[in-house]
Unconditional design. Structure first.
Length: 334
């Protein structure tokens, strides 16, 4: 696996602030106008841990909208380190002919798009300045040149659980390389926090977020899309800036356990304890006779679970899956 040096550029050239967003709280990096100095400081920190990296990643903000001179200096800064590859994250509305040419010229290895949702009403309500068609076109155009990753959310303002699952299904079929799944968190100093305090936005319960993220994870893994994160970084959870919203420090483990419970419920014979040994507790019969699983098995398991449970996302969130999500919520709260 490639060793990636992450550089966070909070709010860099965002142009607007989405109602849920506080990148400084999420990344733990203070925003600053001097992006080069901000990048250099972080690079120095990471180099103190290890002198060699395969790839550098520019996260946060809206990288493709940063002043072109600054972008080129950041590229030079990266290649001067001796890294072989560069990746960055940006918004779909910044992907145009000029951006695509730059991606090709600088041999960008992967572009992550902060898409969040494909529901136009949800996008507008959350301050995302693009449409679902723009997002889909951006992915298609990037994939003609290089790899593409997507970032999706569950539990957004005005977003249904089933729509977030359906969004993952769409992108899983587009051969994107990576995906991140974020449960919506109510961060202080955001417009969503104001809606939360007024009772206009009600944070999604943990069991519902497990259902949504589980369905999304199943779709991605079934199509060989690498899920590189589920849940916010630990720095965000420990920042004291989260006022509401369902998540857990072991969110990724909980979601994977949820999927394995579905598989074992189908009669899948695997030895998987999972989060707080829930798998062993619920499916103890002949447990010791079953086989352990590895990462390569998970993709096939997700394919089987998808065939059994995910033909209809609305039925999925109301069926047997809901009881397992509830079981894991109770385990997380105890």
């Amino acid at each position: 696996m490639a060793k990636i040096l992450p550089v966070f550029l909070p709010f860099a050239s965002c142009g607007n602030k989405c109602i849920f967003c506080d990148q400084q709280a999420i990344s733990g990096v203070k925003a600053g106008s001097d992006l080069l100095s901000l990048a250099e400081t972080q690079i120095e920190k990471w180099l103190s841990y290890s002198p060699i990296y395969d790839e550098i990643a520019f996260y946060g903000g809206n990288f493709a909208a940063i002043n072109k001179d600054i972008r080129e200096k950041l590229y030079k800064l990266a290649y001067d380190l001796g890294v072989k590859k560069i990746r960055f994250s940006t918004r779909p509305d910044t992907i145009n002919s000029e951006t695509l040419a730059e991606i090709k010229d600088y041999q960008i290895s992967l572009v992550e798009l902060g898409i969040q949702s494909l529901d136009n009403e949800v996008l507008a309500a959350n301050g995302r300045p693009y449409t679902s068609n723009q997002a889909l076109d951006a992915v298609d155009n990037i994939l003609k040149i290089t790899d593409c990753g997507v970032q999706l959310m569950a539990g957004m303002y005005k977003q249904s659980l089933s729509s977030s699952i359906d969004d993952a299904a769409v992108f899983s079929k587009k051969s994107v390389k990576t995906a991140r799944i974020y449960p919506t968190q109510v961060l202080k100093n955001t417009a969503l926090y104001d809606l939360f305090k007024k009772g206009i936005y009600k944070a999604t319960e943990l069991e519902d977020i497990i259902l949504a993220a589980g369905g999304m994870y199943i779709h991605f893994m079934a199509e060989d899309v690498q899920v590189i994160r589920m849940g916010l970084p630990e720095d965000a959870a420990e920042s004291g800036e989260i006022a509401g919203g369902a998540s857990h420090k072991s969110f990724g483990d909980i979601v994977k356990t949820f999927v394995m419970l579905l598989y074992m419920n189908m009669g899948g014979k695997i030895r998987y304890s999972g989060f707080k040994k829930t798998g062993r507790k619920l499916f103890s019969k002949n447990y010791e006779l079953y086989n352990d699983i590895n990462e390569s098995d998970i993709k096939e398991i997700c394919r089987e679970v998808r065939r059994e449970y995910l033909e209809d996302s609305k039925r999925f969130i109301k069926g047997q899956a809901a009881s397992f999500a509830r079981e894991l919520k109770n385990a997380a709260n105890n």
